[in-house]
Design a binder for this molecule. Structure first.
Ligand code: PLP
Length: 383
């Protein structure tokens, strides 16, 4: 009988939490003891600590990243009918956030080498109704702050960052979350900084924006029972805040481990270019925090789907981010887009594959993943 290969998961939260289990248990027990479950001390502590880590003054914890986009945009003054430019190649929550702010998402294509929003396409999509650009620091790679600011300054636009995949990511000395008027983060469990459920945050340098998000997340009430804004209930739970407080000090080293793993992948994969396997390009150097490690498979010897199947048979889990670009999602047909509108995003959606990536992924595991890719594409080519 052939031995079953040891599985390599896509993400390994157990390995991440096990060394800090005692710290997590103690912090959770403390909240249970104190009973300050809503907007308690741990939320305030985490808001201050995470804002400082992002090099901004204010952080306001909300229930999830999607709400961070919606409430953050509203707090920045985005109103019904305003156009907000977003990439077609992102998680659908970016678009949902814009729609929840009652604004109109205007989609643009992405760069074929990095998969980040195409900034030339952004310029072409600007109309008199455009109020904001919403760059997504996709896969952990930060969109160029210099180019974003150039475009925003010429056209008098707000920059609002979707930094859900780029905690502490950097480019040209600037940290994700500190580039625009405000930024949204998600603390979904598998993110670079994840909690034990849902969580999100708006970070900003602007005291008015911070104050408005604080009200919007709490029924629109700056003062108890005085509802100045049409808000909602979207608060970061104290239990989630306390988990994040424990994990934040480790984030820098976890990101370094991700970056190290990515460099190992890059080196090992480089000979596979001939087989049609190319990693997405890193234009951020060590500032790329590799929430995901994504390759493009454009090979006569096998396609993305056969490759992912072959890896699964070896116990290697993979993902696709994302298999359907936002403009082709059935629920958003009314945005008026159709197949062919964003050819780069459409092509990538058929060719990209996300390989296992997490802090603690060993060089041996990476070697096994690369060997399995090589074996599949070489075997298929001779078939
Ligand atoms: C790019 C991007 N934006 C927004 C979100 C939404 O975050 P959440 O799932 O916390 O609502 C996510 C993650 O899920 C994301 O990856």
């Amino acid at each position: 009988m052939t031995p079953v290969p040891q599985p390599i998961p896509f993400v390994d939260l157990h390995a991440l939490h096990q060394p800090i289990q005692k710290e997590l248990d103690a912090a959770i027990a403390q909240v249970l003891e104190r009973g300050d479950f809503i907007l308690g001390q741990a939320v305030r502590d985490f808001e201050a600590a995470f804002a400082q880590a992002c090099d901004v003054e204010y952080g306001v914890g909300v229930a999830c990243g999607t709400d961070a986009i919606a409430l953050g945009l509203q707090a920045c003054g985005i109103r019904k009918g305003d156009e907000v430019i977003v990439p077609a190649n992102t998680f659908i929550a970016t678009v949902i956030g814009v729609l929840h702010a009652e604004a109109t998402p205007v989609l643009v294509d992405c760069d074929p080498h990095t998969a980040l929003i195409d900034l030339d396409a952004v310029e072409q999509a600007i109309t008199p109704r455009t109020r904001a650009i919403l760059p997504v620091h996709l896969y952990g790679q930060v969109v160029s702050p210099r180019k974003l600011r150039e475009i925003a300054a010429i056209h008098n636009l707000i920059i609002f960052e979707d930094a859900a995949q780029a905690h502490l990511g950097q480019r040209d000395g600037e940290i994700a979350g500190s580039i625009g008027m405000a930024a949204a983060f998600s603390f979904y469990p598998s993110k670079n900084l994840g909690t034990a459920g849902n969580g999100g945050m708006v970070v900003t340098q602007n005291p008015d924006v911070a104050e408005r998000v604080r009200s919007l997340r709490n029924y629109g009430a700056p003062k108890k029972y005085v509802h100045v804004y049409r808000g909602t209930n979207s608060r970061l739970d104290t239990l989630q805040g306390t988990v994040l407080n424990v994990k934040l000090p480790y984030l820098g080293q976890w990101n370094q481990q991700r970056n190290h793993a990515a460099q190992t992948y890059d080196r090992r994969l480089s000979p596979l270019k001939e087989l049609g396997v190319v990693p997405m390009r890193n234009d951020c150097g060590p500032g790329h925090v590799y929430h995901l490690y994504v390759i493009q498979v454009d090979s006569p010897h096998g396609n993305r789907d056969t490759l992912s199947q072959a890896l699964a048979e070896q116990g290697i889990q993979t993902g696709i981010h994302y298999p359907i670009p936002c403009h082709l999602q059935p629920a958003y047909r009314n945005l008026g887009y159709s197949a062919g509108n964003f050819p780069v995003s459409e092509q990538l959606s058929e060719q990209i594959l996300s390989l296992p990536m997490y802090p603690g992924l060993s060089d041996e595991d990476i070697e096994r993943v690369v060997y399995a890719i090589k074996t599949h594409l070489s075997t298929s080519s001779s078939a």
